[in-house]
Write a protein of this length. Structure first.
Length: 457
């Protein structure tokens, strides 16, 4: 066996098994700092679509995990939410809830409603404003200038009604990335580090390239001129058994729930987008190579910058989605119901949904909201008959106001549990169930008698 160097490093314990520490600044090794530039993909993707609605998406800045936005193909629609969406009057049905509608109707806390909760809201279009857009709208959201808007479109019908917030969490995160990029650019020049300077330029311009390739707008469908306005009430049923009834016109229902929620990209050509993604990938790889060869002092600065940015992007992704979207084009008011929105079981939740809609036709559409049995069919007939005998009334907001949106002043009554003989959903279901069971037993008992009579004949 011949000897020789095999480049193997053997680690042995120190004297008296003492722990080894690095005390000299020059002994630190940060060759892995480039990996910090590609971490945080989840937080970037969760707000990628709404970020691309703003002009700030073009600003050169440091962006964690830019490879998350350099995909081979771009999504054609916004991410949906699992729910059954049924139109009460028109019979339209979808097995998911559009993203914009989910953001508009979600809770402020961002959490889901408890099981068997039933709420009812009215959604209307906000009257068009006659005030020209502000400078914030013009610069951050890309809306036309005051002079152009007033001269060409006084009612602003051509402006996208769904926008990102002009000054929200993502705005501050974007400006933070630009500030850190500028700081690293200046520090690299002051310390004479060419590798860090090239890394700053490439990784900062990469965010601008990503912005151009992912910029998009969302145009909601408009009602044809001259068509009559119709009721478009919608029932949203979530997997946990909770209901949200939306009272609106057919135009609003089409915009939020049933029309395709398609993304219109600024760069529509898939070939051009792939070429831009290829260029962006090369810029990312070269930027990381340059970063790995930067001075140790600059690598410390880069590590701190990406740690701060990842924390900021994570915080922005953790807040409720409605803080990122400007949906002021819609007004939402909540109607209340006696006994509150919470219910103990499925039957009571379905009953309150029928009270709000005054109909059971939607129950049988798509994925049925109730089992298809004789007992349930008879119960639905009784429930809608009882619901139509109840009329909503205007009352002041109750003391224990459980509404999530501004109160509309409209209260829907339900039969008083304390009043003897009042119709109760669970009690009515048991009565129908027992009656069907007794009828079945009588039919079974009558079979032997019928057979005996046949034999005698």
């Amino acid at each position: 066996m011949t000897g020789g160097s095999n480049n193997a490093t053997i680690a042995i314990p120190g004297h008296d098994w003492q722990m080894m520490w690095t005390y000299q600044f020059g002994e630190f090794q940060l060759d892995i700092v480039g990996f910090l530039a590609v971490l945080g993909e989840g937080s970037i993707l969760s707000v990628a679509q709404v970020s691309a609605l703003s002009r700030l998406f073009y600003i050169p800045r440091l962006l964690p995990a830019p490879q998350a936005l350099l995909r081979p193909t771009r999504p054609n629609s916004l991410p949906p939410t699992a729910a059954s969406v049924t139109a009460v009057h028109t019979g339209n049905y979808k097995d998911h809830l559009h993203h914009v509608a989910h953001v508009l109707l979600s809770m402020d806390s961002g959490e889901d409603e408890p099981a068997f909760t039933v709420r009812c809201v009215s959604v209307t279009k906000t009257p068009k404003k006659t005030i020209p857009p502000t400078r914030v709208d013009t610069w951050f959201r890309g809306t036309p200038t005051r002079r152009e808007t007033v001269s060409k479109s006084p009612t602003y019908e051509n402006l996208p009604v769904v926008k990102s917030t002009a000054a929200g969490p993502l705005t501050y995160v974007t400006l933070l990335g630009a500030l850190l990029s500028l700081s690293l650019f200046i520090i690299s020049i002051c310390l004479g580090d060419g590798m860090s300077l090239l890394a700053t330029i490439l990784l900062s311009l990469l965010s601008t390239l990503v912005g151009f390739s992912n910029k998009w707008t969302l145009q909601l469908p408009k009602r044809p001129h001259g068509s009559e306005k119709e009721d478009g009430d919608v029932v949203i049923r979530y997997p946990n058994g909770s209901y949200l009834i939306v009272k609106c016109e057919e135009e609003v229902a089409r915009e939020l729930f049933f029309a395709p929620e398609e993304i219109n990209y600024r760069i529509s050509s898939a070939t051009i987008y792939r070429l831009i993604s290829l260029l962006g990938t090369l810029m990312l790889m070269l930027g990381i190579v340059f970063l790995a060869n930067a001075k140790l002092q600059l690598q410390f600065c880069w590590a701190g910058a990406y740690i701060i940015l990842n924390a900021a992007h994570w915080a922005a992704a953790a807040v409720p989605q409605r803080l990122h979207w400007d949906l002021s084009c819609y007004d939402v008011l909540e109607h209340s119901v006696e006994e509150g929105p919470k219910n103990e079981n499925f039957t009571e939740a379905l009953w309150k949904a029928i009270v709000f809609t005054q109909s059971t036709a939607w129950v049988q559409l798509g994925k049925r909201a109730a089992p298809q049995t004789k007992v349930w069919d008879k119960w639905l007939v009784e429930a809608v008959k009882e619901a139509k005998s109840l009329e909503a009334r205007e009352v002041e907001a109750p003391k224990n106001n459980n509404t999530l949106w501004p109160y509309s002043g409209l209260m829907y009554p339900v039969p008083d549990r304390r009043r003897e003989g009042s119709w109760q959903p669970r009690h009515a279901f048991r009565n129908i169930q027992e009656a069907e069971k007794a009828a079945g037993q009588q039919a079974e008992a009558a079979k032997p008698v019928a057979v005996a009579n046949t034999l005698e004949v």
